[in-house]
Design a binder for this molecule. Structure first.
Ligand code: C5J
Length: 216
């Protein structure tokens, strides 16, 4: 059993029943020229967590945690992209448009792929998801159930969108969730901070948070 000094109180987990879920560390969100930047965002806060996510992956692999990597991506014909999602707002490039890293958020295009240093290794699960939450329209829950996973550590981007949505989905399904504070980022630092606080509020209403350095 591993005990982490977390907020709002200690978080305990058995590595054999725990998965690390790395959310959407994709070039389209993290690198200049991708979807994130086309929405008018500065991507540097997201790029800044890459070394910590690398260390978290190494830590988890060394302890035998099951590792899950998600990507937000759509089919080339956009049949899994609701028009309401594609049409919303006024980005410079919409989902499916051609950008500097191929078609935006389309599975198989370079931009929809992982940041190279964070790519999955053999034996790890890759989930391609059409929504914000990784449980929506994917095999994630069945896979975790089959493996007897009860606890989830979270990292990735963006804190208040896909990370938070997936944590809330997981919490409703009975998983005990810990978000690694310095392994998650947002284009809006205030949103990241608010999300950390709302997750651990009211006695860990959604889950726990702790910095990477708190992992023993
Ligand atoms: C967004 C994500 N922000 N991965 N996706 O559209 O958070």
């Amino acid at each position: 059993m591993i005990t982490v000094s977390a907020a709002p109180f200690d978080y305990c987990f058995e590595p054999a029943r725990t998965a690390l879920v790395v959310i959407d560390m994709q070039r389209d969100f993290v690198e200049p020229g991708g979807f994130g930047e086309s929405l008018g965002n500065d991507v540097s806060p997201l790029a800044g967590i890459v070394p910590t996510v690398q260390r978290l992956l190494a830590w988890s692999r060394a302890r035998g945690l099951f590792v899950v990597h998600t990507r937000e991506a759509h089919r080339p014909d956009l049949s899994d992209c609701p028009p309401a999602k594609r049409e919303r707002g006024s980005p410079r490039l919409r989902i499916g448009d051609i950008g500097p890293m191929g078609r935006i958020l389309i599975d198989g295009e370079p931009g929809a792929g992982f940041v190279p240093t964070l790519a999955p290794v053999a034996g790890e699960l890759e989930i391609v998801k059409p929504g914000k939450g990784a449980f929506h329209a994917t095999a994630l829950q069945d896979t975790l159930r089959t493996r007897g996973i009860t606890h989830l550590l979270f990292a990735g981007v963006t804190t208040e969108v896909c990370v938070q949505t997936t944590m809330r989905e997981a919490n409703d399904r009975g998983y005990e969730c810990l978000l690694i504070e310095d392994a998650t980022a947002s284009y809006f630092p205030a949103f990241r901070q608010a999300t950390l606080e709302m997750i651990r509020a009211q006695g860990a209403i959604v889950g726990w948070t702790a910095p990477f350095g708190a992992l023993p």
